[in-house]
Design a protein around this ligand. Structure first.
Ligand code: IPM
Ligand code: MG
Length: 366
């Protein structure tokens, strides 16, 4: 089959890690008989340098009629000046909003082979395998009013956490759909004791739950969740949360996996359902959880696994290629089990291999 994918490498280590993912995609194409028509676009700091915009119009065009988007990372100290009128992060926020990518899937699992890379005690990491579903185009990130102003009594700033019932319903539905294909436990995180938008969130979650009698729905205050994620992480199956809450808890949960470099993500414009026989594909943007890591950019030591596993999610959710996705995931597991490591996940400080070598090994095993 023929598929079109737009690649947005971005800044810092973005180009290095996306190059390895593209390598894996090429091998998948050869092995399974698909053609991936790749287009490359600019985003973030490098786009600001060339066009003055974090998300140039040309890049939006390149993302509009494609099956999926593979994204690296944006940002860096060069563009971090306070008072700058445009920031690299504006690019990723704008593309999420522009393409309606409301459902952010962030799977977190603790690799048995990497338990020593995590600061947590190994027994806590046993059976950790969760999916965080973060609402991505609403809530505190996008609610209006959102502004800064000056009054006679000083400066003020406001952000607004706002949700419509439709926005809550569709994201909670994503949580239920995914939970159905997993352990059938959905944890909805909110701040019901304080926030009105959370009270609506909980109400809608309960309404939607009636359509999913086979899934257990539990509610938890997000501050308590922050604690439970460290105390008893293996309890969790699918967690659904507001944009900012999801942003924070997904960074926290990332620690469980041993390295931020390992984790993939998908940002989808629809409700994914992949249950083997039936596969419904949706437009999505796929990116590693980690940022642009300017401190290690250009040194060939970044971990490409997060981006390669994001590519597996791309194959599954946007192209409907479940076996191909599985082949990539199995290859990553296999290479890790054989003991290969990038510097971020070596335990004794020796024997690390480069980004490119790691990518070659994974591609070679697909
Ligand atoms: C993330 C990042 C972004 C976010 C930043 C880069 C704008 O932290 O994807 O989690 O806050 O959503
Ligand atoms: Mg974040």
């Amino acid at each position: 089959m023929n598929f079109s994918v737009t690649v947005l490498p971005g800044d810092g280590i973005g180009p290095e890690v996306t190059a390895e993912a593209v390598k894996v995609l090429d091998v998948v194409g050869d092995r399974f008989g698909h053609t991936f028509d790749l287009k490359f676009g600019k985003i973030g700091g490098t786009a600001i340098d060339e066009t003055g915009m974090a998300l140039p119009v040309e890049t939006i065009d390149k993302c509009s009629k494609v099956d999926a988007i593979l994204f690296g990372a944006v940002g860096g100290p060069k563009w971090d000046k306070a008072g700058a009128s445009v920031r690299p992060e504006d690019g990723i926020l704008a593309i999420r909003k522009n393409l309606g990518l409301f459902a952010n899937l962030r799977p977190v699992k603790a690799y048995p082979t990497l338990v020593n890379s995590s600061p947590l005690k190994p027994h806590l990491l046993k059976d950790v395998d969760m999916m965080i579903v973060r609402e991505l185009t609403g809530g505190l990130y996008f609610g209006k009013p959102k502004k800064r102003w000056t009054t006679s009594r000083g400066r003020r700033g406001v952000d607004t956490m706002k949700y419509t019932e439709q926005e809550i319903e569709r994201i909670v539905r994503v949580g239920f759909e995914l939970a159905q294909g997993r352990r059938k436990l959905l944890t909805s995180a909110d701040k019901f004791n304080v926030l009105e938008s959370s009270r609506l969130w909980r109400e809608v979650a309960i309404e939607v739950s009636e359509e999913y009698p086979d899934v257990e729905l539990e509610h938890i205050l997000v501050d308590n969740l922050a604690m439970q994620l460290i105390r008893d992480p293996s309890h969790y199956d699918v967690i659904v949360a507001e944009n900012t809450f999801g942003d924070i808890i997904s960074d926290e949960a990332a620690v469980l996996s041993g390295s931020l470099g390992m984790l993939p993500s998908a940002s989808l414009a629809g409700v994914p359902r992949s249950d083997g026989e039936r596969s419904f594909t949706v437009l999505g943007l796929y990116e590693p959880i980690h940022g642009s890591a300017p401190d290690i950019a250009g040194r060939g030591i970044a971990n490409p696994v997060g981006t390669i596993l994001s590519t597996a999610m791309l194959l599954r959710h946007s192209l409907g290629l479940n076996s191909e996705a599985k082949a990539v995931e199995d290859s990553v597991d296999g290479i890790l089990a054989e003991g290969y490591r990038t510097p971020d996940i070596v335990t004794d400080g020796t024997g690390a291999i480069s980004t490119k070598e790691f990518g070659d090994l994974i591609a070679g095993r697909v």
